[in-house]
Design a protein around this ligand. Structure first.
Ligand code: ARG
Length: 408
């Protein structure tokens, strides 16, 4: 009888390579390895594909989904200005749903009963995989080898690899756990587990510290947006994908885009995370600056709450959920006229918005100016303040009457 099949989210690294062998031996399944290219720094993908076959997969697929990732996923993150806990641009949380989509697609096409991932039992990613899979196909079952097996340390995994003839990692053992894609890079573990220790300089790969001669002068960049998405960079038409790469480059060079934070994981613990997100942070900052100009006040204020909820849902693995989709609808409806240009200045680790303009700007010079051209009705302010402040006045009078002046 043919064996059951499992589609494994494969990275080419030690964990998921060991997982291939382990799944075959412990679950008696045929393994189909699927590696997804979301723009991570990686070995040659053909090497990754072949490695899975060497270890024992019956089929090995590599899919480049970068374009889809940018157009269908990162576009939403940018229009939403998505920052978990007001800081983290969700780079790992953004890539999991697209990986899940392709895992499910391959599982359905090949008639696989299972999907497997290489996540540990105390991170967010396991939740994102499993909740995502169940939303797209509730009948698929999940296997999580790293959560099940007894290989506690990297050395034990290496021993297992050697014993089973799994090619050893070609890359040097890294004391950190790294996850990266077009939206940035996450670095955890090692000395970073002590929140008091300053991150060592050598953990960074996308951002410099600005201490190179090329960074002695400030650099300006101009980004143009149409309907909430970037369409050109320094006056040159470019795709969103190209603009992300360009911003990673420019902002990274000037040392902008490092985050060192304590973060609340969904599974209940706090973790220390270091991120490099030069492009993501720059673009979100620029996009927000344009929204400040183009969105009506109440919409802007309400959107801030939606943004926070959206980031929380996506962080918590609920990309494929009705509430997240409903919030997408709200965000879409705000973006039609978020069109215009933003000018940024990079210098020694900083990125500052120094100019913004839009054909749909709601900034009215004649209302704002203190010069001759002023046409704001100053006298109308008096009545406005009287009524706006009336509840407070009534409260203060009443308190005084009963001898409770100043008490709330
Ligand atoms: N803490 C971040 C998140 O949950 C980053 C996770 C990075 N994953 C990793 N395997 N290093 O989104």
């Amino acid at each position: 009888m043919a064996k059951e099949k499992v589609v494994l989210a494969y990275s080419g690294g030690l964990d998921t390579s060991v997982a291939i062998r382990w799944l075959i031996d412990n679950h008696d399944v045929d393994v189909i390895a699927l590696a997804i290219d979301v723009g991570q720094e990686r070995q040659d993908l053909e090497t990754v594909r072949l490695k899975a076959l060497t270890v024992g997969a019956i089929e090995s697929i590599v899919k480049d989904v970068r374009e889809e990732y940018v157009e269908e996923f990162l576009s939403k993150a940018l229009r939403t200005n998505a920052l978990y806990e007001n800081k983290y641009p969700l780079l790992s949380a953004m890539s999991r749903p697209i990986i899940v989509m392709h895992l499910v697609e391959v599982a359905q096409r090949t008639g696989a009963r299972y999907i497997a991932h290489g996540c540990t039992g105390k991170g967010n990613d396991q939740v994102r995989f499993e909740v995502g899979i169940s939303a797209l196909d509730p009948d698929i079952e999940v296997l999580a080898p790293v959560r099940e097996w007894e290989l506690k340390t990297r050395d034990q995994e290496m021993e297992y690899a050697v014993k089973h003839g799994i090619p050893e990692p070609t890359t040097k053992a890294n004391p950190y756990s790294i996850d990266d894609n077009l939206w940035g890079r996450a670095i955890e573990c090692g000395v970073l587990e002590d929140p008091w220790v300053e991150p060592p300089a050598d953990i960074y790969a996308m951002t410099g510290d600005g201490n190179v001669p090329a960074c002695d002068e400030p650099e300006y960049a101009e980004i143009s947006f149409v309907a909430g998405l970037p369409v050109s960079f320094n006056g040159e038409k470019k795709s969103f994908h190209e603009i992300i790469l360009a911003m990673n480059e420019v902002a990274g060079k000037h040392g902008f885009g490092r985050i060192d934070m304590i973060e609340n994981r969904l599974v209940g613990l706090k973790s220390r995370e270091v991120y490099e997100v030069p492009g993501a942070l720059t673009l979100i900052q620029a996009h927000k600056a344009l929204e400040d100009l183009c969105l009506e006040r109440d919409v802007l204020h309400y959107k801030l709450q939606i943004e926070q909820k959206w980031a929380e849902l996506v962080y918590n693995g609920l990309w494929f959920s009705p509430l997240k989709e409903a919030l997408d609808g709200f965000v879409d409806s705000t973006q039609a006229l978020v069109t215009g240009d933003v000018r940024l200045r990079f210098f020694k680790g900083s990125c500052v918005v120094v100019g913004r303009r839009s054909p749909y700007s709601l900034y009215d010079y004649e209302l704002a100016t203190y010069d001759e051209a002023d046409n704001f009705d100053h006298k109308a302010a008096k009545g406005f303040i009287d009524l706006h402040g009336l509840p407070t006045k009534v409260w203060a009078r009443q308190r005084r009457k009963v001898g409770k002046e100043g008490e709330v």
